[in-house]
Write a protein that binds this ligand. Structure first.
Ligand code: PGA
Length: 252
């Protein structure tokens, strides 16, 4: 099945408005009409600037997180309505930095994806094992548990990003063979879990991105793998030329 690739920039806690604006102006002039769906996930205070500067460029904007409840007394959190109001169409749920630094459980990640999808915000849900878990042979168990937490919440729609934690920000990219093998297994497991719950979404139609030290020089060989449907890019997405080069690598 052919799935349209997604190339997503995860800026994490980087950039101030002037830097974001300059990046987005270049995207607007240089991006053209990419074959891939291009997404940009800036920090919350940058959303207005990014949305306004991108204008009609072929880039959709998303939040890096959302609260699992629609509203309430949650100091420091952001609601799905606020993201939509700011012009977001996507949201990242369950990035490993949030699972590790904020103790987010897979059930909480599922709740976030559920409320996002229910309001028309597309969740990009991150899953991935740590280096210790891979060494201990627990990769499949960890991924299956993360998927179960997501699917138990029953989000209407979602896309996935497989991000091995040991490859994030380390320069240690998974080889195309390793990423393909894990993502093919993940798609099969997703199919089993969706079927068991009678979910309408199919594993074949679900985009599974790869993330973890994706750079212009390795994007081409990774995107050639049949179960890699694009990238979630951290460090290399901060520089507009390098992000554009990764998008270009997904063109053919
Ligand atoms: P990286 O980050 O590209 O810097 O490894 C990826 C991510 O955390 O999404």
């Amino acid at each position: 099945m052919s799935r349209r690739s997604i190339v997503a920039a995860n800026w994490k806690m980087h950039k101030v408005r002037a830097e974001a604006s300059s990046f987005c102006q270049t995207m607007r002039t240089d991006l053209g009409a990419p074959a891939a769906e291009v997404l940009l996930f800036p920090s919350f205070p940058l959303l207005d600037t990014v949305v306004a500067t991108l204008g009609d460029a072929a880039v959709a904007v998303g939040g890096q997180d959302v609260h699992g409840e629609a509203a309430g007394a949650h100091t420091g959190d952001v609601s799905v309505a606020q993201l939509l109001d700011a012009g977001c169409r996507w949201v990242v749920c369950g990035h490993s930095e949030r699972r590790a630094n904020h103790d987010e459980t897979s059930a909480q990640v599922g709740a976030k994806a559920k409320i996002a999808a229910a309001h028309g915000l597309l969740p990009l849900v991150c899953v991935g094992e740590t280096g210790d878990q891979r060494s201990a042979g627990e990769t499949e168990k960890v991924l299956a548990e993360q998927l179960a937490g997501l699917l138990d919440a029953g989000p209407e729609r979602f896309e996935l990003a497989y991000e091995p934690v040991w490859a994030i920000g380390t320069g240690l990219t998974a080889t195309p063979e390793m990423a393909q093998a894990t993502q093919a297994w993940l798609r099969a497991e997703l199919g089993r879990q969706l079927a068991a719950r009678g979910h309408a979404q199919t594993a074949e139609a679900t985009r599974i991105l790869y993330g973890g030290s994706v750079k212009p020089h390795n994007a081409g060989e990774l995107i050639a793998a049949s179960d890699i449907d694009g990238f979630l890019v951290g460090g290399a997405s901060l520089d507009v030329a390098s992000f554009l080069a990764i998008i270009a690598a997904c063109e053919s």
